[in-house]
Design a protein around this ligand. Structure first.
Ligand code: GLU
Length: 243
């Protein structure tokens, strides 16, 4: 299980994401990637970079990207070989991007269900199943949070999972079950990380997300709820070390 970073900001977050990944490199990884959505661009299509090389190469690949919202990942392959095609983020319908640390234990039956429904897969990962399930639920309801809630309830195993949708360029959704996730509270920007190292350079105000909880992260607001959709209050703490 490697690293995850997410951010929603009033400004370009490409460097925040890449720097966050750099600070999580100590966890080890075989590939890495990130995706951003630009809320200030009316076309705001997802831009994605992935590589089996180091985070420094990823930074080079994505240096011209511009995004106010984004998700980033270092992968330690469990399902599918460590190649670029299997590197995260995974995208469904060209609209939804997902990163995931952990293992979705029931992915085979979920994949069978999606294949039956005519969905095609671009990777060998368990993660891609989640991306397509969220896309399908979103198509049915038009409500990204509700779609996400429904899907995470169906996933068994261990996951920290982050999602962005091109048509909702103000929100990053995250969920955790048996895997770590911490929120960083900034000024006009908020962060997500598998540990505080991902964002401690930008803020020392943090909230630890509880088991089976969802985070709805915007640049100026953070809400936490459980998988049933009930609001959860969590105490903020101050990180007492620096980058
Ligand atoms: N199971 C996922 C994969 O193989 C995520 C692995 C990880 O935790 O990085 O892509």
């Amino acid at each position: 299980m490697c690293g995850i970073v997410g951010a929603a900001s009033h400004q370009n977050i490409v460097e925040v994401l890449v720097e966050g990944l750099r600070r999580l490199e100590y966890r080890g990884y075989d590939s890495c990637g990130f995706a951003v959505i630009n809320g200030s661009d009316p076309k705001h299509s997802i831009e994605r970079a992935r590589t089996t090389a180091r985070v420094s190469e990823l930074a080079e690949q994505g240096k011209d990207f511009r995004g106010t919202l984004g998700i980033a990942h270092t992968r330690w392959a469990t399902h599918g070989k460590p190649d670029t095609q299997n590197a995260h983020p995974h995208i469904s319908n060209g609209l939804i991007a997902v990163v995931h640390n952990g293992i979705i234990e029931n992915f085979a039956e979920l994949k069978a269900e999606l294949l039956e429904a005519g969905v095609s897969f671009a990777s060998e990962t368990d993660t891609e199943v989640a991306a397509h399930l969220i896309a399908r639920e979103f198509d049915a309801t038009g409500d990204l949070v509700e779609a996400f809630r429904k899907v995470v309830r169906r996933l068994h195993g261990a996951f920290t999972i982050l999602v962005v949708h091109q048509d909702q360029p103000d929100v990053v959704l995250a969920a955790r079950r048996n895997a770590p996730l911490v929120i960083g509270l900034g000024d006009g920007e908020n962060f997500l990380g598998s540990d505080v190292a991902a964002f401690v350079e930008h803020t020392k105000r943090a909230i630890a997300v509880g088991q089976d909880e969802i985070v709805i992260l915007r640049k100026d607001a953070v809400a936490i709820e459980n998988f049933e959709g009930h609001q959860v209050q969590r105490e903020e703490f101050l990180v007492d070390w620096d980058a």
